[in-house]
Design a protein around this ligand. Structure first.
Ligand SMILES: [Zn+2]
Ligand SMILES: [Zn+2]
Length: 610
């Protein structure tokens, strides 16, 4: 066996390298992971005569591995993989070869709650975590402690809103965490978060409710993170490392070879190191350190454990993460336009007025201070902003900082994240400042039919996720799934940004002018995403000298009807020249509470984003 391997494509290799867009075969060194040659199979065999037939793998179509440049793998694993329950409306289950949506509506979720509560096999003291409640898509009310008590009278339960911006919990959970809820009353609101309490109004409706006690609601990460205490968390998520490994495997099975952690805190390092070092580790991960992290200094360089040399190519700190506003699904995005007066919006109990600047997390002066702290260190910034008002404020702050530090026109690659409601003129301004735009096709995919006229006016809603405008503005655009807000599905993102038809194949096309070409959509999950993570020099295309991260597909996306791109099968991935077995990777982290690889549980697993 030679260290040199060849992959031959029976159909084609799509290299994403403009100098040589198509090829038949690629040769690479499986020890160093470096691509040695790209071209015709015969020529490669002549060039590398020692390569034996055992060293040749044949696939149908090969591409550079997909890149999801904005994700949250550790928290996604903890909140979607067993023993947590993923109850998002788009979660699918195969029954007798038929695809079903077991949590599509609130009544189905209610049935599931009752089934789980009646399951004798689940220990009664184990807090249960349900993640993915979506008030708009499922038609669910805003849950409260007393409503949850109806389903779960005697075991602690936490329900996480799909947006990541709200959580709901019952009386048993409150009683089990007197640190946060002494006498069942929240200790006070942490910076950037808040707890709900029963009001006199609530008591008028139900005289058993006590004014000032927790009503079982928490908003934003700082509050959500303290709903469970350490003991409860340890019972609820006994092996967060295995949960994360399951999420890595899910990403790999969807063709992804590189991603990010967009809510990194220093106390997550042991997780990411363990995941990066394990055999068959499928992902390279760039870390964006939250500016609000209290477990370590966000500006510090990553300290690699001394027993783990050479991890830098698989795990590195890429930048600093900030949040400008909230989410369109719970009503706290900073936008210039109102919600519709519709059944969907009213049933979800979302305030209709335009959030505007009152939904901003920072004042301009606070933004300047944060940027001042890190610009000189050379870090890239990544700024969550959903609303158009938020993007204006962020671009203003970016512009001031770029001028202040003489960095206009330099290769800074500062990013803005999501921008679902943002406009073409804003993208043109961003592109002019050299700002990278990472868009959320999932907002269009899962909410698109409702956005257009039901959640927002058609003028706003049909245009949601203006990929066409962003590409025309000359910005380098990437796409992301922002796990666990949506499942990692690059092929679905690509399809939807090409077709603009969320309900395929017969539904309505929303904002056809915001569609992009297949080439631009593929770029958004390969070269452009690599560029955003500052890995375009060694990843993102199949090019001699770059690293061998690949995905094999069942067909050429250019040869199938765009409505069926997401039906293509992922036939495997390679990371640094090694074929990945996702299940073998998961088996490194046995489902066993005595596993020596298991770090102590901590609250970092609840950090999400959008
Ligand atoms: Zn995020
Ligand atoms: Zn976000």
């Amino acid at each position: 066996m030679s260290a040199i391997k060849i992959i031959k494509a029976s159909n084609t290799i799509i290299t994403m390298d403009p100098a040589k867009p198509r090829a038949e075969a690629v040769a690479f060194d499986s020890e160093t992971g470096v691509i040695l040659a790209v071209g015709d199979f015969k020529d490669l065999c002549t060039k590398f005569p020692d390569v034996h037939t055992d060293d040749v793998t044949t696939v149908k179509v090969l591409m550079p591995g997909f890149i999801d440049p904005h994700n949250h793998p550790v928290s996604s694993g903890a909140t979607t993989q067993p023993p947590a329950y993923w109850i998002a409306p788009y979660v699918t289950r195969e029954t007798n070869g038929k695809k079903e949506y077991p949590y599509k509506t609130w009544p189905l979720v209610e049935d599931f709650f009752r089934t789980i509560n009646g399951d004798e096999k689940i220990p009664h003291d184990q807090p249960l975590i349900f993640n993915g409640l979506d008030r708009m898509l499922q038609g669910a009310p805003e849950l409260r402690r007393d409503t949850l008590d109806n389903y779960f009278p005697d075991r602690p339960v936490l329900v996480l809103d799909n947006s990541g911006h709200a959580a709901y919990f019952n009386t048993k959970l409150i009683e089990g965490n007197p640190d946060t809820f002494p006498d069942k009353k929240p200790i006070g609101n942490p910076t950037g978060g808040s707890f709900g309490t029963y009001t006199a109004e609530d008591q008028k409706d139900d005289n058993k409710l006590v004014v000032g006690e927790s009503n079982g609601r928490a908003y934003e990460t700082p509050a959500i993170m303290s709903v469970l205490n350490k003991a409860q968390l340890g019972l609820a998520i006994p092996n967060a490392l295995r949960s994360a490994a399951l999420w890595y495997a899910l990403m790999a099975k969807n063709g992804i070879t590189m991603t990010s952690e967009h809510t990194y805190g220093a106390n997550m390092l042991e997780y990411y190191v363990a995941l990066a070092k394990a055999p068959h580790s499928p992902l390279r991960v760039g870390l964006y350190h939250m500016s609000t992290d209290t477990s370590g200094e966000p500006g510090d360089k990553l300290e690699y454990p001394s027993d783990s040399p050479g991890l830098e190519a698989r795990l590195w700190k890429q930048g600093i993460k900030l949040w400008a506003d909230g989410s369109p699904w719970v009503g706290n995005l900073a936008a210039s336009f109102p919600y519709q007066d519709s059944k969907t919006v009213n049933d979800a109990q979302i305030p209709r007025d335009p959030g505007g600047t009152k939904n901003l997390n920072y004042t301009p002066a606070q933004l300047d201070a944060i940027l001042d702290k890190y610009v000189w260190m050379g870090w890239q910034f990544a700024f969550h902003c959903n609303g158009d008002v938020a993007l204006d404020v962020v671009l203003d702050a970016y512009q001031r900082a770029l001028v202040r530090y003489g960095r206009l026109g330099t290769d800074h690659r500062w990013r803005v994240e999501h921008c679902g409601a943002c406009r073409g003129d804003q993208f043109a301004r961003a592109a002019g400042l050299g700002i990278m735009i990472s868009l959320p096709p999932f907002q269009f995919i899962y909410w698109g039919d409702l956005l257009d006229g039901e959640i927002f006016s058609p003028e706003i809603g049909s245009q949601w996720v203006r990929a066409g405008d962003a590409v025309r503005a000359g910005a380098r655009v990437s796409f992301h799934n922002d796990g666990s807000v949506s499942p990692p599905k690059p092929l679905l993102n690509i399809q939807m940004m090409v077709t603009r038809r969320p309900t395929s194949p017969k539904g309505k096309v929303h904002g056809p002018e915001q569609a992009v070409t297949l080439h631009d959509a593929l770029m958004a999950h390969t070269m452009n995403a690599a560029y955003h993570l500052r890995r375009d020099h060694d990843l993102g295309s199949i090019t001699v000298g770059k690293l061998a991260d690949f995905v094999a597909l069942s067909d050429d996306p250019y040869n199938v009807h765009p409505e069926f791109i997401s039906e293509l099968e992922v036939n495997g991935t390679w990371s640094n020249g090694k074929r990945i077995d996702p299940d073998a990777f998961v088996s490194n982290f046995p489902d066993d509470s005595t596993s020596p690889t298991k770090p102590h549980p901590h609250l970092a697993v609840f950090r999400r984003c959008c």
